[in-house]
Write a protein that binds this ligand. Structure first.
Ligand code: ZN
Ligand code: ZN
Length: 125
């Protein structure tokens, strides 16, 4: 079960990266993603302040598809979802994550950082 966490994290990070990057295109941003960015410094609960389609495509789909892709264990999935919720609250709080505040800066300055954990942003720069 433990090996599934880092693998699921990588799959989810890349899935979120591509959806989030697409959400910053003119059409998707103006119709969907602007809701999440309307609270530039909203604190931890900003994690859940988004258009339902944004949440479905950017958060739920990468996690479910990632779990399905790796044929993950249900317990690992549930633990991952819990940890992902804690992580989402944390990265929206302005606290440093692995020495960086990239998602917080993404909100504050619309900085071009789209992934959740920095893996995809590092690889796809
Ligand atoms: Zn964004
Ligand atoms: Zn955010």
């Amino acid at each position: 079960m433990c090996w599934q966490f880092p693998l699921l994290g990588i799959v989810v990070d890349f899935g979120h990266y591509f959806v989030h990057r697409a959400m910053h295109s003119k059409f998707w941003y103006e119709h969907i993603h602007y809701v999440h960015h309307s609270l530039n410094d909203g604190g931890p609960l900003t994690a859940y302040y988004s258009h339902p389609l944004d949440f479905l495509l950017g958060i739920t789909a990468p996690v479910v598809l990632g779990w399905w892709t790796i044929h993950g264990d249900l317990k690992a999935f549930l633990v991952y979802v819990f940890l992902a919720q804690v992580g989402a609250l944390y990265i929206h709080s302005g606290q440093s994550w692995l020495g960086n505040k990239w998602h917080y800066q993404h909100h504050a300055k619309l900085k071009r950082v789209y992934g959740l954990f920095g893996i995809s942003d590092f690889c796809l720069k």
